[in-house]
Structures are given as C-alpha cells and as structure tokens.
Design a binder for this molecule. Structure first.
Ligand code: ADP
Length: 261
C-alpha cells in the first residue's frame, strides 16, 4: 500500500513508558482481552519492582473496564493529560472510561482515529516498565496506526486452535512483520476443556492448530490456556484469575507467558 511504500513514519515513544507489548488476535472472541489483562497482572506478579499499565484500544468493544472492575471518568493532570485508573496495582486506560457503557459505538474513520490519538498521547502514565496494549481484533486501520505511531517491543498473538481463527492470526502475524514489529509468539487459548466431573478432556476447537501455525511461521508458543470455567467467571466478575487465584493452574499458564515475553 501507499503507507508501506513511503516507508515507516516517525515513531514517537509514549512518555514514561519503557516497553510496549501489544496483544492482538485475528478473530474476535478468542480470548485476546482476557490474555492482555492476565498478562499485565502476571508481569507485575513475576517482578514486584515493575510498574505495569494496561491500555485498551479496542475502541469498538472495550472490555478492560469490566475485566478490571473499573469505571468512571479519568481525572486530568495539571498538564491536561488523563490520569489512568488503578486496580490490582495496574494503571488502566480505556475508551470505556470516556464513553457511556451502553452508548452505541457509531464512530467511523476520523473519530476512531482521534480517539486512538487521545489514548496514545494524552495519558499521564507516570513511569511504566511495561504497557500492555489490548488491540481490536483483526488487521485494520487501528492496528496499523498503533503499530506505526509508537515503538513496540513485541506482539503476542492469541488464537484458538480453530482453522478460521488461525487463518486470521496468520494474517495478523504477517501485518506485524510488514511494519517491523517483532512477533513474540502465539498463545493458544481454549484448546482443551476438562470435564470437572469425569475429568475427560475434550478439544472443543481442535487440539494443536496453533502449534502447527507456530511451526509454519517459525514462532514460539508462549502458552497454552485451557477452556476453564474459572477464567470466564473471574473475568466477568472483574477479578482476573492471576489476581484472584494466583496458585491455580490457569494463573500459572499466564505467569508462564509473562516470563517468556
Ligand atoms: P476477545 O478479546 O478475543 O474478544 P475475550 O478475552 O473478551 O476475547 O474473551 C471472550 C470470552 O471468552 C469472555 O467471556 C472470556 O471470559 C472468555 N474466555 C476467554 N478465555 C477463556 C478461557 N481460556 N476459558 C474460559 N473462558 C475464556
């Protein structure tokens, strides 16, 4: 495209932020936001000296407010920047704090881009070691513009083992490569469900599709997260597993991902 052929525009770091890690997926509903939230908590849990932030640029469907049990309007700092909201030790910013939860998202084009610009440039993060960015699903303008505007240490791509999700994840990985964002690896989510009664394991979306894709793309698998009731319940209650059940197998899977990025 034209953007590509003109070369990369100048990237400006986000003030105070050392490393940006984006969490992306091709398809919606595969567990990208759940991964972003638990990854942020896990980065902080693995090293308590690290300051971690979470930025939700999934402007059409922000889920960080609910998952992190936060709502309200960010205050402005004296230099007119928005102050992130804080919970479980993580500084959070989301489009969801700026618009009514039930407001239909009717923005198009420029309005979305000005929202992204606000979220990228008008937040007072203080000093952060890691900023985890929850991207919208897919490979559209928002993903491209985030990738081209700020320096990104790496991208984590989340997919279920289902063919259609993998195809989209493949496309996502290619997009990051084109804009020179290193892909840190894939997270396979919801690969296996173990019946809590009889312990039988079922591969609802397929067994190891993400592993095959990782081989094709020469990428690492950073983690393999089972489909687990407590992950869904914890997210819905705004008490993510890494915070609320840090000793569980599910939480350990996220802590492992954090140790790999
Ligand atoms: P995305 O950001 O890709 O749209 P979400 O993270 O919002 O996906 O997850 C979609 C739904 O699936 C949420 O209700 C979430 O709680 C649930 N979910 C995600 N990962 C898991 C998992 N490993 N086990 C159980 N439920 C999950």
């Amino acid at each position: 495209t034209q953007i590509m052929s003109r070369g990369l525009p100048k990237q400006k770091p986000i003030e105070g932020v050392r490393q940006v890690i984006v969490v992306a997926s091709g398809k919606g509903g595969v567990g990208k936001s759940t991964t972003a939230v638990n990854l942020a908590l896990a980065l902080a849990a693995n090293d308590s000296s690290k300051a971690v932030g979470l930025l939700d640029v999934d402007v059409y469907g922000p889920s960080i407010p609910k998952m992190m049990n936060l709502k309200g309007n960010p205050e402005l700092s004296p230099n007119n920047l928005m102050r992130p909201l804080l919970n479980y030790g993580i500084s959070c910013m989301s489009m969801g704090f700026l618009v009514e939860e039930t407001a239909p998202v009717v923005w198009r084009g420029l309005m979305v881009m000005s929202a992204i610009e606000k979220l990228l440039r008008q937040v007072d993060w203080g000093q952060l070691d890691y900023l985890v960015v929850d991207m919208p699903p897919g490979t559209g303008d928002v993903q491209l513009s985030v990738s081209q505007n700020i320096p990104i240490s790496g991208a984590v791509i989340v997919s279920t083992p289902q063919d259609i999700a993998l195809m989209d994840a493949h496309r996502g990985a290619e997009m990051f490569r084109k804009v020179h964002v290193p892909v840190l690896g894939l997270v396979q989510n919801m690969s296996v469900f173990q019946c809590p009664k009889c312990k039988h394991k079922t591969h609802i979306f397929g067994a190891d599709g993400a592993r095959k894709l990782a081989q094709t793309l020469d990428l690492d698998i950073l983690g393999d997260i089972p489909l687990h009731l407590s992950i869904r319940e914890a997210s819905d209650m705004g008490r993510p597993v890494v915070f609320s059940q840090p000793e569980s197998e599910e939480a350990k899977a996220y802590l492992h991902i954090a140790s790999e990025v």
